[in-house]
Design a binder for this molecule. Structure first.
Ligand SMILES: CC(C)(COP(=O)(O)OP(=O)(O)OC[C@H]1O[C@@H](n2cnc3c(N)ncnc32)[C@H](O)[C@@H]1OP(=O)(O)O)[C@@H](O)C(=O)NCCC(=O)NCCS
Length: 247
């Protein structure tokens, strides 16, 4: 990830059911506990071994922190939880480079699945990425060779992403080949979003924007109309958020 400036959340993202927050040190204990459950090997949702030593859990949380400073493998990591609990139920990662295309990845702990957490989390992150970071397009890549990808595909579809086809890639060093199903969501044409304030709560603004985004997606996909894409916020908007947000 080539992102160097610090980015952070002005406040947690929530739709009233799901809350996305920054990673914190108390997540170490939770990840350590998840890492003792062999289920995690069947459908990996966190990159940890089983059993997971505490120092591995600790380093993972540290790497999640570092992502918000432009370092590490995971991009911007949001912890999925449900209010009033603060426990880590899942994670969403937003990968960004210097283009206006971001990639979203997600995982939810087995005991918290099929409650709509991943779908709500992807919607919240998408709205935030479009409005606050000025992305023009978001992608989700899901393995095409693994039945575990079915749930992930369903999440992408329910979050409004559109299937675009198979993306093939190869790691030159190892020769390993990958086939992913590519889903994408294109930024809506929205007015410039102001900073969050009491009169115009941030989350409401982003959710309204997201609804508009999903409506516009079909139009954009069908016509590749540049006028819709032109509605995306300029990349300078992302630069503004980066520079104004202290971590
Ligand atoms: C993919 C994953 C994040 C879904 O999380 P979740 O919080 O359970 O997802 P949601 O509750 O938002 O479910 C969204 C949809 O997917 C469906 N779904 C969930 N698990 C499913 C499964 N195992 N098989 C088929 N559909 C499934 C849900 O039923 C729901 O659709 P519906 O409302 O039409 O019924 C979670 O299963 C996970 O972390 N899996 C392990 C990691 C993984 O498989 N990643 C994919 C690698 S590419």
């Amino acid at each position: 990830m080539g992102r160097s400036p610090v980015t952070t959340l002005a406040m947690p993202l929530t739709d009233g059911e799901v809350l996305l927050r920054l990673p914190c040190d108390s997540d170490i204990d939770r990840i350590y506990a998840y890492g003792q459950d062999p289920q995690i090997e069947e459908a990996p949702w966190l990159p940890i071994p089983v059993p997971c030593p505490r120092d591995v859990a600790s380093r993972l949380v540290e790497e999640f922190h570092q992502g918000w400073h432009g370092h590490g493998r995971f991009g911007l990591t949001f912890v999925i939880t449900t209010p009033p609990a603060a426990d880590l139920f899942g994670v969403v990662h937003l990968f960004c480079d210097d283009s206006d295309v971001g990639e979203i990845d997600y995982g939810v702990a087995p005991q918290h699945r099929r409650r709509g957490l991943a779908t709500r989390a992807v919607k919240l992150v998408s709205a935030w990425a479009f409005v606050q970071l000025g992305f023009g397009r978001l992608e989700i890549c899901i393995t095409a060779r693994d039945i575990h990808g079915l749930a992930s595909q369903r999440v992408a579809e329910k979050a409004g992403f559109v299937y675009e086809g198979i993306r093939r890639s190869r790691v030159l060093a190892t020769g390993a080949e990958f086939e992913d199903r590519l889903y994408a969501l294109v930024a809506p044409s929205v007015p410039e979003a102001g900073p969050p304030n009491a009169a115009s709560p941030y989350v409401v603004a982003t959710c309204d924007c997201y609804r508009s985004c999903v409506r516009n997606q079909a139009t954009y996909s069908a016509s590749a109309d540049s006028s819709v894409k032109a509605g995306a916020k300029p990349s300078s908007a992302r630069a503004r958020v980066r520079s104004s947000a202290a971590c």
